[in-house]
Write a protein that binds this ligand. Sequence first.
Ligand SMILES: [Zn+2]
Length: 313
Amino acid sequence: MNWITNYVRPTINSLFSRREVPDNLWTKCPECGTMLFHRELSENLNVCTGCDHHMALAPRERFEALFDGGIFAEIEVPAAVADPLHFRDQKKYPDRMKDARKKTGEKDAMLVVEGEIGRTSVVAAGQDFSFMGGSMGMYVGNAIIAGAERAVALKRPFILFSAAGGARMQEGILSLMQMPRTTVAVEMLREANLPYIVVLTHPTTGGVTASYAMLGDVQIAEPNALIGFAGTRVIEQTIREKLPEGFQRSEYLLDHGMLDRVTHRKDLREELITITRMLMGLPPAVMGELPKPDTNSKTDDQPDGTPAEDAKK
Ligand SMILES: [Zn+2]
C-alpha cells in the first residue's frame, strides 16, 4: 500500500468514471436506450416516451395515479413472524429485510389500500418488485387475506397488481404455504360474489403465477410483461425443444387464451373503472369532473332557491 494505490488511482478512476448527469435526473430506458427526464417519465407513469416500454412502477406511485385525487387509505396487514428459519445466504435474512425496507420505504412486498377510482369504491393490492423481487412470503399472504377480508366486509371488488419472482426462499415451506392460503382468500371473494381482477405486470413468475395471480375473474396484463411459472431456459432443457419467440410474454399469452386483455398503462385506469362497474352492476361512470365550486364570488341565488334575477324584480 502506498500513496499511488491509496490516492492517485482512486482520483484517476473517479475522473474517468464521473457521470455527466446526476443519477436522479435522468433514467435510461433499458429497452431502447433513450435518456428520459425523470419528471417526464414519472408523469408518463414510468412508460418510455420513445418505445412504450413499461418500466417498474412502485405500488404507492401507481395508486397515487390510479385513485381519484391520488387519495387512498392503507389497510393494516398483520405482521408476520420475522425470520422463522434463521435463514442465512450471503446475508442474514433480517439484514436483507432491513436493506429492502430502507430502499423502498415499505414494510414488505405488498401494499393493500382502499379508495375510489372513478367514484367506484374498491380495495386494491400492489406488489413491489423492488422489495426483494416482490417475493411472496408470509407477509404477502397476510396482505392478500387482509385485502380480501376488507373487500368482503365492505362488499367491494378487489383489484390486485402482481409483480414477483416467486416465493421467498428465506421462508422456505412457509412461503409455499401462501399459495393455498391466498387461493382460499380468492375463494372468499368468489363466495361473496365480488369481482377479483388481476393486473399482471412485468415480471410475474413462480409460485405467484401458480396461485393468486392467475385466479382473477378478469386477467389483464401490461404490454410485454414476462408471465410464467418456470423460466424459458428450464423448460427448454426439460422438454429439449426450442420455444417460440415471445413465449411467456403478455401478447403471446393473450393469443393463446391465458389472458383476457393486454392494456397499456395509460388506459388501465379507465378500463378498470369500466370492468369493476360492469361486474358490480353499477351504471357507467360519469367521466369528467364537475367544476370546482367558486368560493370567491358570492352566489346570487336567494336562500329560498329563487334565482337572483327574479329576486331583483
Ligand atoms: Zn424506450
